[in-house]
Design a protein around this ligand. Structure first.
Ligand code: ADP
Ligand code: ADP
Length: 216
C-alpha cells in the first residue's frame, strides 16, 4: 500500500530528519513507531501525510510515486488520511458537532447525511450526548475521542496518530487505543508514534523503532 524506498529527509537548515528508510506499510496494518525525541518520528509521519517531501528516495502509494502526483491525486490521498495529534487540535470556537461536520460540509454532503454520520461516529466514541458542548467543556480523554471521531468521519483508509495518548491518564489512553484497534479491525490502517510503554505492553502490535534517524 505505502512503500518507502531509500527515503532520506534533510531539512532546509541541513538538519537530518531521516536517512535511508526502506519499508512497506500494508493495508490493514496496526503499527507503533517508537524512538527517542529527535529520532525522526514526526518527520516520518509528515512524509506519510505528504506534508513533507523526501530529499532523496521515493514514496509510493499503491505503486505510484508521490512525486508524480498531480493536485487531484494529492487531494484524493489526503482525503483518505485521518490525523490525530497529541494536543487534540479541536477548534475551540466550534461545538463538538461542528468540529465533526465541517469536513463533510466541504465535501458538499446533504445536511441530513452529515447529521447521521456525525451522530454515528459520536456514538462510536461514546460521546453521543456531548454534541452541543464546546471542547473546553470536555475532559482531555473526551477531547481526544472527539478528535478520533473527527479523524474517522471521512472514513479514511489510514489513520496517523502522533503521540495520541501523551496527555491522557492510563484509563483514557487505553480507551483511545481500543477505539483505534476497533477501526483497524474494520480495515483502517493505523500508524501511531508513541513513547507510551503501557499501551505497547497492554496492546502489543508490530513496532518500528527509529534510532539515529533510521530504521534497521
Ligand atoms: P521526533 O518526532 O522523533 O522527535 P523529528 O522528526 O521531529 O523527531 O526530528 C528529527 C530531526 O529532524 C531532529 O534533529 C529535528 O531537529 C529535525 N527537524 C524536524 N523538523 C524540522 C524542521 N521543520 N526543520 C528543521 N529540522 C527539523
Ligand atoms: P515531537 O516530539 O512531537 O517531534 P518536536 O519538539 O521534535 O516534537 O517538534 C515539534 C515541531 O517542531 C515539529 O513540527 C517539528 O517539525 C518542528 N521542529 C523540530 N525540530 C526542528 C528544528 N530543528 N527546526 C525547525 N523545526 C523543528
Amino acid at each position: 500500500m505505502i512503500d518507502f524506498l531509500d527515503v532520506t529527509k534533510i531539512y532546509k537548515n541541513d538538519s537530518l530528519g531521516l536517512k535511508n528508510i526502506t519499508l512497506r506499510i500494508e493495508a490493514g496494518e496496526f503499527i507503533y513507531l517508537i524512538g527517542k525525541s529527535g529520532a525522526g518520528k514526526s518527520t516520518f509521519l509528515k512524509l506519510l501525510t505528504l506534508e513533507e517531501i523526501p530529499t532523496r528516495g521515493a514514496i509510493l502509494i499503491n505503486n505510484q510515486a508521490t512525486h508524480s502526483f498531480k493536485n487531484k491525486e494529492m487531494t484524493e490521498y489526503r482525503r483518505n488520511v485521518g490525523i490525530i495529534f497529541q494536543d487534540f487540535k479541536l477548534i475551540q470556537e466550534l461545538t463538538v458537532f461542528d468540529n465533526l461536520s465541517y469536513r463533510l460540509e466541504i465535501e458538499g454532503l446533504k445536511s441530513a447525511i452529515i447529521q447521521d454520520r456525525v451522530r454515528a461516529v459520536l456514538a462510536m466514541v461514546g460521546l453521543r450526548e456531548k454534541e452541543t458542548c464546546f471542547p473546553h467543556e470536555l475532559s482531555g480523554g473526551e477531547q481526544q475521542r472527539v478528535a478520533i471521531a473527527r479523524a474517522c468521519i471521512v472514513q479514511p483508509k489510514i489513520i496517523i496518530a502522533d503521540e495520541p495518548t501523551a496527555n491522557l491518564d492510563d484509563a483514557n489512553a487505553f480507551k483511545v487505543i481500543e477505539l483505534l484497534k476497533e477501526l483497524n479491525l474494520n480495515g483502517t490502517t493505523v500508524v501511531i508514534a508513541t513513547h507510551d510503554e503501557k499501551i505497547q505492553e497492554k496492546f502489543p502490535n508490530k513496532t518500528l523503532e527509529i534510532k539515529h534517524q533510521t530504521i534497521t
